[in-house]
Structure formats: structure tokens, C-alpha cells
Design a protein around this ligand. Structure first.
Ligand code: AMP
Ligand code: ZN
Length: 112
């Protein structure tokens, strides 16, 4: 997808702050953070939504990346939130599969 902003970020054609990169995924800082730590974990390959991704390995890799980021930031024990928004009623605005990783303050009771 040549005009997809997250594909461009994954290809390093658009600037972003990368916090983790593997062969298949990249994790970047969200430009409009909703928590002290707000990171987006996404596959390098383009899937418009979670509905379009049948690659169980990349979905598992995204969860593993969240666990690693939490450990690296030292917030795994305090806790954090992972969210995948899907399509309009799920609140998805960028149509390249990504998982929000949020933490650094108490989030209990608030969803999104
Ligand atoms: P969603 O609403 O689940 O599709 O989330 C899209 C997220 O992408 C929002 O939290 C935006 O702030 C974030 N975002 C959009 N453009 C960029 C960008 N160029 N770099 C980093 N984050 C972005
Ligand atoms: Zn894309």
C-alpha cells in the first residue's frame, strides 16, 4: 500500500520515533499520546484491519512486543493497556493494523 502512512513509517519514508523493530514489526511513539506512554505496535506488512489478518504469528509477535516493551520500560508489574481498534465503531482511524500500548498512569475504569 504505497499511500498508507503506517506503511511509509515502516519503510522509513515518514519520520517516526521507533521504540522497537524486528524483521516483521515496528513499534513507534504515538504522535498524539493519550497516556504518558503511548506506543503503536504494527506489522510491517499491510493489513487494513484485524479482520484482514490471518497471520497468527504476526498477531502473537505483536503481543510479545507489548510484553517486551512493558518489561523494558519497567511497567510490566504496574500494568498497561493494549487495544486494537477495528473499523468505524471500534474507533479505527488509520487503516493499517496496529495495537495501542498505553501506560504510565492508572487507566482503570477508562476505555479509550
Ligand atoms: P486508531 O484510531 O486506532 O486508528 O489509531 C490511530 C493512531 O495513530 C492515533 O492514536 C494517532 O494519534 C496515531 N497516528 C496517526 N498518525 C501518526 C503518525 N504519523 N505517527 C505516529 N502516530 C500517528
Ligand atoms: Zn499500510
Amino acid at each position: 500500500m504505497s499511500d498508507c502512512i503506517f506503511c511509509k513509517i515502516a519503510r522509513k519514508e515518514l519520520k517516526s520515533t521507533i521504540v522497537l523493530e524486528t524483521e516483521k514489526l515496528v513499534a513507534i511513539k504515538d504522535i498524539n499520546p493519550q497516556a504518558p506512554t503511548h506506543i503503536l505496535i504494527m506489522p510491517k506488512a499491510h493489513y487494513s484491519t484485524m479482520n484482514d489478518c490471518d497471520d497468527r504469528e504476526i498477531l502473537a509477535d505483536m503481543l510479545d512486543a507489548a510484553k517486551k516493551i512493558a518489561r523494558d520500560l519497567g511497567i510490566d508489574k504496574r500494568g498497561y493497556r493494549t487495544v486494537i481498534n477495528t473499523n468505524s465503531e471500534g474507533g479505527q482511524t488509520v487503516f493499517h493494523l496496529h495495537m495501542h500500548f498505553m501506560g504510565g498512569k492508572p487507566l482503570a475504569g477508562r476505555m479509550g
